[in-house]
Design a binder for this molecule. Sequence first.
Ligand code: UT7
Length: 361
Amino acid sequence: MNAELAQNPEAKGDKHEAFPVVSVNSRIAGSGMHVPERVIPNSHFASYLETSDEWIRDRTGISERRWVEGTVGASELAEPAARRAIARAGLKPEQIDGIVFATVTPDYVFPSSACFLQQRLGISGGLAFDVNAVCSGFVYALVTADALIAKGLCRRVLVVGADIYSKIINHNDRRTCVLFGDGAGAVVLVAAGGDEATGSAVTGGGGMIRGIYASELGADGSGTDILCTPMGTAAPATPDSLLTDAHYLRMEGREVFKLAVRRLAEINQHVIEANGFSLEQVDYFVSHQANRRILQAMGKNLGIPDEKVLMNVERYGNTSAASIPILLAEAEEQGTLTKGSLVALSAFGGGVTWGAVLLRW
Ligand code: UT7
C-alpha cells in the first residue's frame, strides 16, 4: 500500500511559514556509515610526490582520507553501514525487501555488490541490484528506491553508497590520487503510508509530512571523457595497459570543477523552487563532497549561508557514491538533522551525471 499524503498549506512550520502541498511515497527511517580504520594524512603524498599538505588543503579542503587495507570488497565495507541504518530504522535485516547499491567499485563485475551484501546480511527474497552513476550514484539509487516503493514493488529498501577508489586511482598522479577516500553509507527508505514494521507516524516538527518531496536526475553522455576509469569491455586490461597505468581513473579537474559548481546550483534551485519551496526554507544542503571550494561556490551562487552547507570533505576526501549517505549519517548522529528538517541533496559526477532530492527528514 502506498499512501499519498497531502501537507496542509495552512500548516505552520517551525519558521511560521506556509509550505506547499506535497505528496510522498517514502521517507528515510535511518542512516549509517562506515569508513576504514586506516587514516591517510596529506603528508603521505608529500613524502613521495611533488605536492604539499598546504596545496591539498588550499585547493580541496581535504586534510585526510581513509583507505582500506588489503583486499576489501564494496559489500564488506558497506555491511556495518547497512546494519547501523537498519537498526536506526528500528528494523531487522530480514524486514528489508530491496537493496539498491550505488558503486563503481563493486566486489566483482558480477554478481552485484547488492547481492553480496544481501548474502552478508543473511537475507534473501527481496530484489537487489547495483547502480552506476559515479559520484551521483547515491542520489540515483535513492530516487530509484523511491520509485520502487511508489510502484508497490518494495516497502523497506536499503539504499547504499559505497566506493573504494584507493584501488582505481593512479597513486603516482598527484592531480587525482590526493582527492579520493574509501567509505560507505546507507539509509533505509520505507513506505510513507502505514506499515506494520515501521509504524505510520510520518510527521515531524510542526506536523509536517516527512519524506521525499521531489527529485530530479540528469546525464550528459557527451562528457564521458572528462572523468573516467577506462577499464572494461571497450578497454580490456592488457600487459601494455598495466605497464602504462592506462586503466586508472583520470580526470580533467578544472573542467569537472566548473561544471559541478554550475550544475549543483542549478539543480538545487530547480528541485526546491519548482516545487513551491524557497531556498530560505531549506535547513541543510547535503551535496556530494568532492572539494570544499565547489561547495562554497555552490553556496555563494545560491546565496545561502555557509552553515547550511554541510561538509566533511576535510576528513574523508571524495568518497564518490558514499559521500552523501556518510554525511547524512554523521548529521543524524550528531543531532544536526532532526525530524522535520528540510534537506536538499545534490550530486554531480562522472558520465556526466547529476541529481537532486528535496526531502523532509
Ligand atoms: O566527484 C566529482 C568529480 N570530481 C570533482 O568534482 C573534482 C573537481 N576538480 C577539482 O576539485 C579541482 O579541479 C582539483 C582539486 C582537481 C584541482 O584543483 P585546481 O585548482 O583546479 O588545479 P588545476 O587542475 O588548475 O592545477 C593547477 C596547478 C597545475 O600546475 P600548473 O600546470 O599550473 O603548473 C597542477 O599540475 O596545480 C598542479 N597540481 C598540483 N600541485 C600540487 C595539481 N594537483 C596538484 C597537487 N599538488 N596534488
